[in-house]
Design a protein around this ligand. Structure first.
Ligand SMILES: [Mn+2]
Length: 431
């Protein structure tokens, strides 16, 4: 794979860390063998687990207050793909990129060429009707009062057409899914009719699903609040599931970890969506108070583990669903490349830990109502330091044992800062 990270940099970085990794990996292998687990099988499973990075995540994010850009910010989708290639070269967990239209709009032929050059592929497409598109003559109307659920049929038609255009771009570049998140809602009781707004959303989504290629999925992404602060049209997983059921077999629910009420039991929502056969995918991130879009696994790694515990525990039922795993974060104070490398690693960590759960023992303890030991069975897996497994999976795939150290040793950020002009501050526009 072509990348601006020299293989030599990775090799040098790994050389200094190789002996320690071998020792740690062997020691962990011995510990796991005592629990009846073959470490190499876990490492292989982890290596096969990949997560898509968001194109919008490689630029510095912002809040509604300000954005403080870093050096060497990517200016185009092609520079974003260069940065994504660096993330993949070092971490080997993120071979695909999720695009956002119109932010990443470009000639499909050029996108395919760039994907071939960087060794990347394209995951789910994201449409954008949460802001106006003043530069697009096909977008004369404003989304200020909504999009797919707008009271004006002309605005709804414009929003539907935008989603179908996003599908067309996606189809040309090998994507297989469209994620729809709408900002529609109301700031005041009485501002809009709660029932009619949802009916209009469903009617618009039916037109989109009718225009979807047969092998595509449509992901309905819910979000509790913001930018609408009184009522959001697709506010929770119940509404999302209702929509997905009414929209038919191609429609599924996408769970963004930040889009729930505080303390919501997200792993239970995941379990219910698996039961309904409607789990479409994830937007991973972490949060403390709301839709904070912090790096996955940095605030509540136990919750991330519990989500993966449901996924691994679902076995065949999950295999039939083939959900999409994506990151959706806003990096306001870190180098986005470092945050995305770390986040992908934390997601794999949760997956690896979930693979270590003794499921036969857990089921027995649950059936015997041994609450303490059932809880301990989960915690034993969560407590296991699986870093040697993650590092070995990266190393075997040609990546770095310590990808963030190797990234810093590479001088990539300084190099792109010298060639890409400083970017201006401004809004974040992160969902
Ligand atoms: Mn999201």
């Amino acid at each position: 794979m072509a990348s601006r990270i020299e293989a030599e940099v990775i090799a040098r970085s790994n050389e200094a860390r190789r002996a320690a990794l071998d020792t740690d990996y062997d020691a962990l292998g011995e510990r796991l063998a005592r629990r009846g687990i073959a470490i190499d099988a876990v490492t292989r499973a982890v290596a096969a687990f990949t997560i898509a990075v968001p194109s919008w995540g490689v630029g510095t994010g912002g809040t509604r207050f300000a954005r403080f850009p870093g050096g060497g910010e990517p200016r185009t989708i092609f520079e974003k793909l260069d940065d994504c290639a660096v993330i993949q070269a070092l971490g080997r967990a993120t071979p695909a990129v999720s695009l956002h239209i119109p932010w990443d709009k470009a000639e499909p032929r050029l996108l395919i060429e760039k994907a071939e050059e960087t060794g990347l592929s394209f995951d789910a497409m994201n449409s954008n009707t949460f802001q106006d598109h003043p530069d697009d003559p096909a977008h004369p109307l404003s989304y200020k009062y909504g999009s797919l659920s707008h009271s004006d049929p002309a605005v709804r038609a414009q929003a539907v057409a935008h989603n179908l255009e996003t599908v067309e771009i996606g189809r040309a570049i090998g994507s297989r899914a469209l994620t729809v998140w709408i900002a529609d809602g109301a700031n005041f009781p009485g501002q809009s009719d709660l029932g009619r707004a949802f009916e209009r959303y469903i009617a618009s989504m039916k037109v989109i699903v009718a225009g979807l290629p047969a092998d595509w999925f449509l992901y309905c992404e819910h979000k509790l609040y913001e930018p609408a602060f009184y009522a959001t049209v697709v506010q929770d997983w119940g509404t999302s599931l209702m929509a997905a059921m009414e929209l038919g077999p191609q429609a599924r629910c996408l769970v963004d970890l930040g889009h729930h009420a505080p303390n919501a039991n997200i792993e239970q929502i995941v379990s219910r969506l698996i039961h309904a056969g409607k789990l479409g995918g994830f937007h991973f991130n972490d949060s403390k108070y709301g839709d904070d879009d912090l790096d996955a696994g940095t605030i509540d790694p136990f919750r991330l583990f519990l989500v993966f515990n449901e996924l691994v525990g679902a076995g065949d039922r999950l295999d039939r669903l083939t959900p999409s795993y994506m990151i959706d974060q806003s990096h306001n104070v870190t180098d986005p490349i470092e945050s995305l490398i770390r986040s992908a690693s934390e997601i794999r960590r949760a997956y690896a830990q979930a693979l270590l759960v003794d499921r036969a023992a857990l089921e027995e303890l649950q059936d015997a109502n041994d609450a303490l030991m059932a809880s301990e069975t989960l915690r034993a897996a969560f407590r296991t330091d699986v870093e040697p497994i993650l590092a070995r999976a990266r190393l075997d795939a040609g990546g770095a044992i310590d990808p963030i150290a190797a990234y810093r040793e590479s001088g990539y950020r300084a190099a792109v800062s010298a060639t890409r002009p400083p970017s201006r501050g401004g809004g974040g526009g992160i969902v």
